[in-house]
Design a protein around this ligand. Sequence first.
Ligand code: TYD
Length: 153
Amino acid sequence: MERTLAILKPCAIERSLIGEVVKRIEQKGLIICGMKMMQLDEKILRAHYSHLVDKPFFPLLVESMMTSPVIVMVLKGIDAVEVFRNMTGSTNGRKAAPGTIRGDFSVSGQQNIVHASDSVENAEAEINRFFRPEEIFDYIPSGLYDLYAKDEI
Ligand code: TYD
C-alpha cells in the first residue's frame, strides 16, 4: 500500500484542531502507521521546503512552522498520496473547497493547518526525513476488508 506524510502544523496545534484532523483521517479509512510530536528547526524546514527557499514568503513560512511543535504522521492506504491531498484541499484556505481540511479550518495561504505530500516519490523522501524506520508500524488493521474489497488489495 502507498504511504504519505501528514504534518499538523503549529497553527493546528495552537487552535486545538489535532483531534478534528485525526478524526477525519480515521473516518476516511487511511491507516495511521506512525505518529509523533516534534519541534521543527530551520535545517529540517529548509530541506522539507527546498522548492520554496527563494520565495519572498519563505522566512515567514519557516518562522510559522517553528512557533510550536508539530505532529507528523505516516498514513497508509491505496492511493494514499492522492486521497490525502484531496482531503487537504488547495494551498490557500480561502480558496480551498468546503469539506476539505483547509476549506473548513483555514482562512490563510500560510496558516493552512496541514501538510500533505504531493507525490509518491516526495512522500517516501519526506517520511525518511521525519521518521526513523522503527517509528513506523506496518500493522494490518483487523477491519481491512471493511475498508477495501478483496480484489482492490
Ligand atoms: P506548496 O508546496 O506550494 O503548497 P502545499 O502545502 O499545498 O503543497 O507550499 C508549501 C507551504 O508554503 C504552504 O502550505 C504554505 C506556504 N505558502 C505560503 O506561505 N505562501 C504562499 O504564497 C504559498 C504558495 C505557500
